[in-house]
Design a binder for this molecule. Structure first.
Ligand SMILES: [Zn+2]
Length: 211
């Protein structure tokens, strides 16, 4: 999960009573850089408009621009559990990188999300994200989670490779900087990795500053 700059102007359709309109979807795709706000995948099989706080039919929450998020259907389905209805980090307000340590499991190479501090939002969000990538799911969700993990490993392996050569090759430096940009898939993890290895890559410090 990564900080997102939401457009301050709500798309006009919301005032007309619908959040499933073209202008809403276009603005969400733009603001969220085409990525699911939970798993940070851009290769989404299906995309949904998600409500951060479950609306249960309440129009105020349903049509609140600040409550609408871009999600893949997998993460939407994982989040659609009572325990995740409230107290999830709002990545348009708070910088998730200050509240979560988005790291890599040493033994499996899979995503591992830990909390920084013990706020309820950090704890709930870490649990949610670990569930989005996790094996402890229904069979369909398990298969979806496995494809996210596969995409994650491709990006991380590319990062590790470029980190070996970026000092010699200008193109690889550009590639590393691209992967550390918040718009890149899994940026929470690429940035987290470099931030935790700044002793090895001090020249990349400015690329991973917190918001
Ligand atoms: Zn997702």
């Amino acid at each position: 999960m990564i900080k997102v700059n939401r457009s301050p102007v709500a798309p006009p359709s919301l005032a007309k009573g619908t959040y499933q309109a073209k202008d809403v979807q276009e603005q969400l795709l733009l603001d969220f850089n085409g990525k699911c706000y939970l798993c940070e995948c851009r290769d989404m099989q299906s995309i949904v408009t998600e409500h951060l706080v479950a609306h249960h039919g309440a129009r105020v929450l349903m049509l609140d621009w600040n409550n609408l998020f871009l999600s893949c259907s997998h993460c939407n389905s994982v989040k659609n559990q009572k325990k995740y209805e409230h107290d999830i980090i709002d990545c348009c307000i708070d910088d998730p990188e200050k509240l979560l340590n988005q790291t890599i499991d040493d033994t499996t190479g899979e995503p591992l999300i830990e909390t920084i501090g013990d706020s309820l939002k950090a704890v709930n969000t870490a649990n949610l994200l670990n569930d989005c990538f996790g094996k402890d799911n229904t069979p369909y969700r398990k298969a979806e989670a496995a494809s996210k993990v596969k995409a994650f490993k491709v990006v991380m392996n590319e990062l590790y490779k470029k980190l070996l050569t970026f000092r010699e090759k200008e193109d690889d430096l550009r590639a590393v900087k691209g992967m550390l940009d918040r718009r890149h898939p899994f940026a929470g993890f690429t940035r987290g990795y470099v931030r935790s290895h700044l002793g090895d890559y001090p020249e990349l410090k400015d690329c991973v500053l917190l918001g």
